[in-house]
Write a protein that binds this ligand. Structure first.
Ligand code: PLP
Length: 404
């Protein structure tokens, strides 16, 4: 066995490329193999029984774990600074396996008012149907969170939040959760562990849509939960094994492992181009509002830079001329695709009110501050200058056609 190629002092890319895998253990295969198996043979009945009882390490059946998935779980937990990780078939799978495990009828969850549309639906249409109390609170109002937290089982939020990139102060809110005896859960999909590590700021659990930056190429769906080993084990044995059955396919786990190798490189480039686009938009007379956590003067910039190392790849903005101007702008873009999702090599632009956040309903969106003219852009890995040209040309094409 060679000396391990990775250790805790190394940077995230080195660890994401080497941690937990020795090619010598797999016939010298440089990349970890994909274990295409649904079940595992025991050497004897006694050995099988010991694995079932947890007295001996081993694999049982593909619904709880596969070795390709296991390596991915180890690497993501390492990047997030967590004890253990769980990978499932989608971000919603991770969020629901986690919440169905932690909550029971009569419990209460307190969540920020700005959430990904289907997380909002899981809380308000799913958990609430089974007797879980759901309180949606403005997590930027720390007094309101402190008033709502006592007696809650879970405090849940995203930062930066989907779709308007509101930034929540992680250390403050997780501190409130800890004092109230509640489990804090942070959705870190937008920032990724390259820019922000909520566990180090007091979060109990971190969840992800690995469909986004972790996978990074728009060719898979997967989800992640990381945290303390005993809690992750409980989510695996309950939330994954029978509450959701949201198993990740071995080949998908392999593709996310591949994505992780370039995560740091990609996230730095996404952030570089997104900042350039945000700077362009900030100067443009046709822009009514702009949110980019990495831009001085943007709402929440100071809080964001206290907990993130760069602004990330998403930009949210409104055009003067409202929805009509937004539609005209989106249709005028040449490089960017009109599509939901984010974190891909391709630049994607979408309209939350009619797409990702349609689950909120018009009245709820208005109440929660998700405006109908908001545009969300996931800045891709195309060359920065080409993206700038594309956005400038689209802004130019609509000016004059839509009155400011
Ligand atoms: N969390 C956030 C912040 C998201 O943006 C999404 C999807 O867009 C999800 C969770 C759900 O992830 P998935 O689509 O992988 O189920």
């Amino acid at each position: 066995m060679m000396k391990p190629r990775s250790n805790k002092r190394q940077g995230p890319s080195t660890r994401a490329i080497h941690l937990g895998y020795d090619p010598a253990s797999e016939n010298g295969a440089l990349t970890p193999p994909v274990y295409m198996t649904s079940t595992y043979a025991f050497e004897s009945v006694e050995q099988g029984a010991e694995i079932f009882e947890g007295k001996r390490e081993g694999y049982i059946y593909g619904r709880t774990k596969n070795p390709t998935q296991g390596l991915l779980e180890e690497r993501i937990a390492d990047l997030e600074g967590a004890e253990a990780g769980l990978v499932v078939s989608s971000g919603m799978g991770a969020i629901s396996a986690t919440l169905w495990t932690l909550l029971k009828a009569g419990d209460r969850i307190v969540a920020d008012k700005i959430l990904y549309g289907n997380t909002f639906a899981l809380l308000t249409k799913g958990l609430s149907k089974f007797g879980v109390g759901v309180d949606l609170v403005d997590f930027k109002d720390h007094d309101a969170v402190a008033r709502a937290a006592p007696g809650a089982r879970v405090l849940y939020f995203e930062t930066p939040a989907n779709p308007n990139l509101r930034v929540i102060d992680i250390a403050t809110v997780t501190g409130i959760a800890r004092r109230a005896g509640a489990v804090s859960i942070v959705d870190n999909t937008f920032a990724t562990p390259i820019l922000q590590r909520p566990i180090e700021l007091g979060a109990d659990l971190v969840v992800h849509s690995a469909t986004k930056y972790l996978g990074g190429h728009g060719d898979l769906l997967a989800g992640v939960a990381v945290g303390k080993a005993d809690v992750i084990h409980e989510i695996r044995m309950n939330g994954l094994r029978y509450l959701t059955g949201a198993v990740v396919a071995p080949l998908t786990a392999f593709l996310v492992l591949r994505g992780l190798k370039t995560l740091e490189l990609r996230v730095r480039q996404h952030s570089h181009s997104a900042l350039a686009i945000a700077q362009l938009l900030a100067e443009h007379p046709g822009i009514a509002s702009l949110a980019y956590p990495g831009l001085p003067g943007s709402p929440d910039h100071a809080v964001a830079m206290g907990q993130m190392s760069a602004g990330g790849g998403l930009v949210a903005f409104e055009l003067k001329g409202g929805y009509a101007a937004g539609v005209a702008f989106m249709n005028a873009l040449g490089i960017a695709s009109r599509a939901v999702s984010l974190g891909d090599a391709e630049t994607l632009v979408q309209h939350p009110a009619s797409m990702t956040h349609a689950t909120y309903g018009a009245e709820e969106r208005a109440r929660h501050g998700i405006s109908d003219s908001l545009i969300r852009m996931s800045v891709g890995l195309e060359n920065t200058e080409d993206l700038i040209d594309d956005v400038e040309a689209a802004l130019g094409a609509i000016s004059g056609k839509v009155s400011p």
